[in-house]
Design a protein around this ligand. Structure first.
Ligand code: AP5
Ligand code: MG
Length: 236
């Protein structure tokens, strides 16, 4: 399956992606995590990305698309992937479409996580992530680590993301509304979007998401069958 996860900062994309990717046996590809890994390794890409991320702006399309494509071409992603944070504007969505078309494959669905802004603010304020791997995500109240300040998965140090300041979060939300939300209409026109509420416990949201993706896949199969039937009728 090839799925895109979309939703505002702090909606729980990374948290849900970890469970969904496991359930669906596909890799979780987060452009935010890829940039943070580059920042930790102090690569040129990391230095460039940090200057945009710290301001809450999008990293330029050219480098982002190249990085995402490179990751999607890795052997573990041949049969599918769950994209988290990519695409993030219509140009990226068009670039993704072209890349998939060149490979003769398609997206199966776009899962849109809806969450009110006051909840986003609470989630981001308490978020702590792991210094070794930013996909290890905790929350001081909602999902605290067993030992304060220490990652349950790998014993890494937990810290607050540099872009989780009040001012940057406000900017990230604005960027989400102006640049990322339009991709929901873009994909809705292709009949790919399923929207779910991301409120409630993490496992409740995962169940909602799995059900929505299943419904989406069944609807798609039905549409394909109907299309084939009508083609058959025309030929007789
Ligand atoms: P990115 O890392 O993708 O950040 P984001 O989209 O702002 O989203 P977040 O990671 O902040 O939130 P999330 O939805 O993953 O929530 P999480 O699961 O952590 O991007 C960062 C930056 O990189 C961008 O601003 C940009 O500069 C750059 N970038 C990335 N991709 C790019 C692209 N394609 N193009 C250009 N630039 C790009 O959850 C949040 C908190 O809530 C956690 O503490 C979690 O424990 C808690 N939580 C989760 N679910 C629940 C629940 N159900 N109940 C209670 N708490 C919960
Ligand atoms: Mg995330």
């Amino acid at each position: 399956m090839r799925i895109v996860l979309v939703g505002p900062p702090g909606a729980g994309k990374g948290t849900q992606a970890a469970f969904l990717a496991k359930n669906l046996s596909i890799p979780h590809i987060s452009t935010g995590d890829l940039f943070r890994a580059n920042i930790s390794r102090q690569t040129e890409l990391g230095k460039l990305a940090k200057s945009y991320m710290d301001e809450g702006n999008l990293v330029p399309d050219e480098v982002t698309i190249a990085m995402a494509k490179d990751r999607m071409e890795q052997p573990d992603a041949v049969n599918g992937f769950l994209l988290d944070g990519f695409p993030r504007n219509v140009s990226q969505a068009e670039a993704l479409d072209q890349a998939l078309k060149a490979d003769g494959v398609e997206l199966d669905g776009v899962l849109d996580l809806e969450v009110p802004e006051d909840e986003v603010v609470k989630r981001i304020a308490g978020r702590r992530i792991c210094r070794n791997d930013s996909s290890h995500v905790f929350h001081v109240t909602y999902s605290p680590p067993k030992k304060e300040g220490v990652c349950d998965v790998c014993d890494g140090e937990l810290y607050q993301r540099d872009d989780d300041t009040e001012e940057t979060v406000r900017k990230r939300l604005e960027v989400y509304h102006t640049q990322t939300e339009p991709i929901i209409d873009y994909y809705a026109a292709q009949g790919l979007v399923v929207t779910i509420s991301a409120l409630g416990k993490v496992d409740e949201v995962t169940k909602r998401a799995m059900d929505a993706l299943k419904g989406q896949a069944e609807g798609r199969e039905q549409r394909d069958e109907d299309k084939n039937d009508s083609r058959g009728d025309g030929g007789e």
